[in-house]
Design a protein. Structure first.
Length: 392
């Protein structure tokens, strides 16, 4: 029997912030599966309280039911380059650094008890992150995130984007190290309430190529927004044989992605569809020049009915041209994987905030040709913003 308890506390403040200005925080609560968590802590993209100060809004204007989940307004704000859509084409005053800079620190307490083994517990400082992000000029924006993790690793996410047009229809380009889909989409490809990303989106969907929807990647994107719909096409460097999307990629092969997001209403009910075609060179060490190819398609949808939210998603993957000879060879030249998940959530009003309870079922089968190798996960949790900027 394994008993796991983890309490996370996150505080996010803005440099040069007015004392009475609104602030925002990131929820952090029960973290399941300590072994998996220790292997790779999934980063949580947090709100930027500087934007709330700039627009003189409470963080709940863009987040529901708790940060970092976005509602319809928050999603459209992000699409327009961290400006209100009707501000496209207006020159932005960038002299107040408090509208652009924020700092986040996160810590947690873990208690671990396995039968027959002495219990352990510890305080852990997850990370410290510096954000410098927002619009500039008439048509441009940037996002810069520098994170120092507990393992003394530095991680950088930085991109520049443009937005040309008007509130009802606009388009542009984005380039850099990006959240190319997960944490940048809608309906679960954004962030479902709770700390854990659904397994089909946060882990490899097949057993051969270590591609994950959650990996940040380096590349360029062209997009077009019309009303509540956003369509984009991306050219990315792709991943290496460890699954990294930001490592050096000297070969001439590139990956291609198309995505479409549609908002049904202001609450954030939405649907996402995507297709990905990629090439991986040197999947096995015995043949560093070998080329394997892979397809990924996925979709997700959510619907919010007052304080009830239903959400689900599916991901399908197919790997082709896999090496079948040499060290690390695969039994077949092709593999297919399938994953899906479903979540229900209800939020209760508590004073001036919402207390959310949620449950989720997840399933991943990394090789549909092999019987009985699928895995299931049940995730249950609660999110209660206790005060701002701190959240539990």
């Amino acid at each position: 029997m394994l008993i796991v308890a983890s309490l996370g506390l996150s505080a996010m403040v803005g440099i040069a912030a007015p004392a009475a200005g609104p602030t925002g925080g990131t929820p952090a609560w029960v973290r399941d599966y300590v072994a998996e968590y220790a292997a790779h802590v999934e980063r949580v993209v947090t709100p930027i309280p500087a934007w709330a100060r700039k627009h003189k809004l409470d963080c709940s204007a863009c987040h529901w039911p708790a940060a970092p989940r976005l509602n319809g307004m928050g999603i459209q704000f992000r699409w327009a380059g961290y400006r209100m859509p009707d501000e496209i084409g207006q020159k932005v005053d960038v002299t107040d650094v408090g509208h652009y800079v924020s700092i986040r620190g996160r810590m947690r307490y873990d208690y671990d008890k396995t039968q027959g083994v002495p219990a352990t517990s510890q305080f852990t400082w997850n990370d410290v992150t510096l954000f410098y992000s927002g619009p500039f000029g008439k048509n441009y924006s940037g996002f810069f995130e520098l994170e120092r993790a507990a393992e003394d690793e530095l991680e950088i996410v930085t991109s520049l984007a443009s937005a040309w047009g008007k509130a009802s229809s606009y388009g542009g380009l984005r380039a850099g190290v990006m959240h190319w889909l997960l944490r940048d989409g809608t309906a679960g490809f954004d962030r479902p309430t709770g700390i854990r990303t659904p397994t089909p989106f946060g882990t490899p969907i097949t057993g051969a190529i270590p591609f994950r929807f959650s990996n940040d990647q380096l590349g360029v994107e062209a997009y077009y927004v019309r009303g509540r719909n956003r369509f984009s096409a991306q050219v990315l460097n792709g991943i290496n044989n460890t699954g990294s999307g930001t490592a050096t990629d000297p070969n001439t092969n590139r990956d291609f992605v198309v995505t479409n997001h549609f908002l049904f209403n202001d609450q954030g009910s939405s649907i996402t569809a995507m297709g990905y075609y990629g090439t991986l060179v040197g999947l096995v060490a015995s043949d560093p020049a070998d080329k394997s190819h892979f397809w990924r398609v996925g979709g997700s949808a959510n619907w919010i009915i007052q304080k009830l939210e239903l959400m689900g998603g599916v991901a399908y993957g197919k790997d082709t041209d896999l090496p079948t000879t040499g060290a690390g060879a695969f039994a077949t030249a092709e593999q297919t994987g399938l994953g899906y998940w479903a979540q229900g959530q209800y939020s209760f009003p508590v004073q001036n905030t919402l207390w959310s309870l949620f449950g989720r079922y997840e399933f991943v089968d990394p090789n549909t040709d092999v019987a009985g190798n699928g895995s299931k996960r049940f995730v249950f949790g609660t999110v209660l913003p206790v005060s701002l900027p701190e959240s539990l």
